[in-house]
Design a protein around this ligand. Structure first.
Ligand code: PAF
Length: 274
């Protein structure tokens, strides 16, 4: 695996059909699943590791975000990644990034409501990375469903020539979605953490059994989590394609949740294919 830290070196190492996996590092099996999808789709697999300051708000975890570069390199190499791009901030943002991507209004809802500017910073770096790597494919995980949705909107509305591939959420045995932030959890919090997924599962089951009382289901799950000490940002049932509030008759639904356990913010979702 070649490791490039400059844009020029990265571009020189790319050959043929490229599938690209952008990450912020601290890689787990969820990321490696994205790499495996990339490998199945293109002859050259490129990954990036860059903790993007632009998508962290004030008081968020930019400074303490886990940086585990050497272990990450070993994992990517073992999966057969051809090129790793690990840019330095000064080359990616040589001047203050004043040109940014303006996203649809759904970016201010769900995670965007508690993380103002987050998706704008995410989309801006993703667009820069796409322009640098010029990949035929790019792979994103479904755990960050709103991010995936917005990236797809950006690609389609800006006519970008990259096909977005999607990776399923990879879970620990007890159901907790893999996330770099799980390592912030204390032992007690780690035992409690799968509850978010389990509450979303209960909502999904209730809907499958015919319940259409969306707001009651959302409130019950929120109350349960809050009674266990979670600070809930949202538990919401939305339309899976638009992320808009659904009509009672909609079948393609997604149940999404974001909540804090101590200092750690966890997100998860379950998609109900209609
Ligand atoms: O999902 C992530 O890790 C980040 O948001 C991404 C897509 C790498 C952009 O910084």
């Amino acid at each position: 695996m070649e490791v490039a830290s400059t844009i020029a070196d990265f571009r020189n190492s790319l050959k043929g059909d490229i599938a690209f996996v952008p990450t912020m590092g601290n890689l787990h099996d969820g990321h490696l699943e994205l790499v495996r999808i990339a490998k199945r789709n293109a002859s050259c697999v490129a990954a990036s590791i860059f903790v993007n300051r632009l998508q962290f708000g004030e008081g968020e975890d930019f400074e303490r975000y886990p940086r585990t570069f050497e272990q990450d390199c070993e994992k990517l190499e073992a999966e057969g990644v051809d090129v790793l791009f690990a840019p330095i901030e000064a080359e990616l943002y040589p001047v203050p990034q004043e040109v940014t991507v303006n996203l649809p209004k759904i970016a201010a809802e769900l995670c965007g409501a508690s993380r103002p500017g987050h998706f704008n910073g995410m989309a801006t770096v993703v667009l820069k990375l796409f322009n640098i790597a010029r990949p035929a494919y790019a792979v994103f995980g479904r755990k960050d469903y709103q991010q995936l949705h917005l990236v797809k909107q950006m690609v389609s509305q800006f006519n970008l020539s990259v096909a977005i591939l999607e990776g399923e959420t990879v879970r620990e045995e007890d159901g907790l979605a893999m996330s770099s932030r799980n390592r912030y959890l204390s032992e007690i919090e780690r035992r409690e953490a799968p509850r978010l997924y389990h509450r979303l599962q209960e909502i999904a089951q209730a809907i499958t059994m015919g319940s259409r009382d969306f707001s009651v289901l959302e409130k019950q799950a929120t109350a349960d989590l809050e009674s266990r000490g979670w600070q809930v940002d949202y538990v919401e049932i939305r339309h899976a394609d638009t992320l808009e509030t659904p009509h009672e008759t909609d079948a393609r639904l997604i149940v999404l949740g974001a909540a804090r356990l101590g200092k750690t913010r966890l997100i998860d979702n379950i998609c109900l294919e209609g």
